[in-house]
Design a protein around this ligand. Sequence first.
Ligand SMILES: [Zn+2]
Ligand SMILES: [Zn+2]
Ligand SMILES: [Zn+2]
Length: 322
Amino acid sequence: VAINWSRLLADPNVLAVIEKMVTEKVESFQPSVDQNGEIIFGELNGILGRDSFKVLEELATASVLSRRSESRLLSCPVHEGSFDLTARLKCTGCSSMLLRKGSLMQHACGYIGAQEAFGTNCPKCGKPAAPQSLKAMGTWYECEGCKSRFASPNVYLYCSKHNHDFPIQQAKLMDQPSFRLTPEAAEELRSRLGTLIMITRGLRAKNLQVQISGTIQGASGVQHAFDLVIQDDSNKIPVDVNLSTKEPVGIVAVLATYAKALDTQSKTPVLIAIPSASEDAKKSASAYGLLLIEGAESSSIVQQLKEFLDRVKAKNEATVKV
Ligand SMILES: [Zn+2]
Ligand SMILES: [Zn+2]
Ligand SMILES: [Zn+2]
């Protein structure tokens, strides 16, 4: 299944997570429970907060991440997602929580009694009853309220955030998953898409509106896809990004972008060649009125794009004044 990146990256939260993966080479997200009793992902601290889980699930559905169950957490059945629970023991008879816990011990002679029944000597045989001569036989509880004794008290869980408790049998088991980048998505992020994201990030940092895998409607009625569409005031600027490591980006790339730009009547189409373009490509780009930007680093590409956009803006403003 092909990943629908353009739909995913339109969501700023998704873009923030993908950016994190591309810029910091984060490949997995591990869950933990914070002091508020909620599942958090440390890698996303300060980026998404409460939305992290939802966004990671969305990326898992889209095959960008794979989901793996790490453990199951007990959750309050009323307040789903509340994991801040502490156990409470209650009397099986009167539900009092004032229980005492005792141990039954057996002496070497066979006598069984409560631990406190043994002093320095066994009450049955009278011989010394040092702790190491006593064998633990079990635990019992005694209720201070109704004085009944039992081996297994009722276990309740106290939901501290909402100040109520419930029998442990009613607790919900919630999945606590971790997420990991799928090999297919990793491959795409390492190549062209990663570059697109870095450029988009740089342009957005300069307060520009950028759409990844945007489309512009042509005069022919065809929706033309461009790698990036920059919205600068009322101007839509189409940008194609060509990556070629073996040989310089050639004339075919120029023609492809030119044909789309012509139909969409874009006055200022841009072609980015990473890391460089051939002499022929440069000549034809200039003849067709395409801005051709060369560069290996996204920062230098962003800088050149920004300077170009500033020039376009200054020209437009000058035209308006006339
Ligand atoms: Zn609750
Ligand atoms: Zn009781
Ligand atoms: Zn004894």
